[in-house]
Design a binder for this molecule. Sequence first.
Ligand code: SAM
Length: 269
Amino acid sequence: MPYAELWTKTTASKEIASFYLKKFGHLLKWKDYKETILEVGCAEGSVTKELLFPFVKNHVKKLVAIDKLDDMISCAKKANTIAEIDFQVMDAMDGESVTKKANQFDHIFSTMVAHWITDNKTYLTNLHRMLKPGGQIFQTQLTNEQVLRKSFQKQFKEGRWKKYVPDDPVFPDYTDEPIKYVKNLFQEVGFEVEFCEMKDDVSIVENFGDFLKPLFYIYKHLDKIPKDLHEEFFQYHIQNSRNFCIYRGEPDKYEYHYQTLICIGSKTK
Ligand SMILES: C[S@@+](CC[C@H](N)C(=O)[O-])C[C@H]1O[C@@H](n2cnc3c(N)ncnc32)[C@H](O)[C@@H]1O
């Protein structure tokens, strides 16, 4: 099954988005007109359609949902019947594309994306540029405490894979004080931080390999690994990741622990 469709079956990510929207969505302040809203890293669009759109429905004129992966956006567009949602392929790290969208959005949502981007300062600067003055950002992410980070770190130290991997970390280092680190970053790029909180989390995932596979395509150096080794790379990585989790039975069911962090900020000028 193509990876974008596999991601449709993922429940853990949707549970996190749902939890944070329900618990902290009331902290968002809506304009007295219908807003233009951006979602960054929408993947194949199920969070956009099933959670985010119903949440913003009464406030939105246009919800632009972007992702850097073509296959994710093709899959999102295929099943989209909501006229207000506009799915687009765009890399939020691409300065030219960001310039075209400067000062356009009243709210920006970024759920479970930031930890995939090593240079969080540029990422947040770009989101800040795309917000209108007075706009708000709602961001959820993982910290250093996550299985994939540990698994990649181990795999990339091993001779078999090391030669394909540039000396460049996959995930940013949020330090052992992630709240302080993320808050500082928000403030450095110009946001006023309105709320920042972290929590320990746990998910039980069935078909663990199917859950992990789409995430490989987000890995920014996948193109450095020869195509004919991808499957072997994936299988090794899945096995490696299982070792950081607790086995909970069939089918391929694992419990994994991680930390999530939410930060809400506004662009004051
Ligand atoms: C783990 S998924 C999260 C999907 C969804 N937001 C959710 O909460 O389930 C992260 C998504 O961010 C996208 N992404 C990563 N870096 C990006 C970038 N620089 N620009 C746009 N999208 C990006 C990936 O392609 C992937 O689809």
